[in-house]
Design a protein around this ligand. Structure first.
Ligand SMILES: [Zn+2]
Length: 260
């Protein structure tokens, strides 16, 4: 739960670190600087939870609506998009069962680490397979089918069998399709698509909306404005960057008005 107001320095830090980062890392940078939680901990959250946290911070810092302008793909007219960031968005389960071909598979929602691993593959097909394999945590079948052979079985063997079994399953098209559709169905804010209708030509389309990318852009605008005010005030009063960023927003804008 977001609390407190981060200082100007926090926004500049996010912008500075994020400039050279992959979008997946940027989302984690935003959350770790704002919340103070370790990056590794945040990377292990499902991306659904990560995006819900980002939205909560977004709403805490910048208010309850996200405004953007989209362009109609058909008539190219500008369409205003206004999205509520506050809502009764319920946290779904991070782990759930998916039934395929008489088997019940335990699946978890993908994390930032899973997406980073999938992004590192060379093609879309390998990325899909790797993601499904990583999110597949276990399988149970009709009685006996995937049970250990018996009490004499050496310790650890069953675990290896099951890993082998999961590798096999994750290569089957029907398994991939079933797991993917369930992950899609359960993705809320992280699905990132907003349905839009053009007011002029009634064209309908889905706008891709990545919460982390949207927020990074807002923070980028905010921090470049902060750095411009550092430039103006440092010239005028000779204060250091740290001193100027540490001023309250009210004092900073008051001095900026005097300086201009
Ligand atoms: Zn249109």
């Amino acid at each position: 739960v977001p609390t407190g107001t981060p200082g100007a320095e926090a926004f500049v830090q996010i912008w500075e670190r994020g400039r050279r980062e992959h979008p997946l890392d940027r989302a984690l940078t935003i959350l770790s600087v704002l919340s103070g939680h370790p990056r590794q901990e945040l990377a292990a959250l499902s991306v659904e939870r990560r995006d819900q946290l980002l939205l909560a911070w977004r709403s805490h810092l910048f208010g309850p609506t996200m405004a953007a302008v989209a362009t109609c793909p058909r008539c190219e007219c500008a369409v205003d998009v206004s999205l509520a960031t506050e809502g009764p968005e319920a946290f779904g389960e991070d782990r759930f069962a998916v039934a395929v071909a008489g088997l019940s598979m335990m699946v978890r929602m993908p994390t930032s680490l899973d997406l980073a691993a999938a992004a590192a593959t060379t093609d879309v097909e390998s990325a899909r397979r790797l993601l499904v394999r990583r999110c597949l945590e276990g399988v149970t079948g009709p009685a006996g089918l995937y049970e250990p052979d018996g009490p004499d079985e050496p310790a650890g063997l069953h675990e290896q069998d099951e890993l082998y079994e999961l590798d096999e399953l994750a290569r089957r098209d029907e398994v991939i399709a079933a797991v993917e559709s369930e992950l899609d169905r359960r993705a809320g804010v992280s699905a990132g698509a907003v349905r839009l209708t053009c007011p002029d030509c009634a064209e309908q389309w889905a706008l891709e909306l990545d919460v982390g990318a949207f927020m990074y852009r807002e923070i980028e605008i905010l921090s470049t404005r902060l750095l411009r005010s550092v430039d103006v005030l440092a010239r005028r009063y000779g204060w250091s960057e740290a001193e100027i960023l540490a001023l309250s927003a009210d004092r900073r804008s008051f001095y900026l008005e005097l300086a201009s």
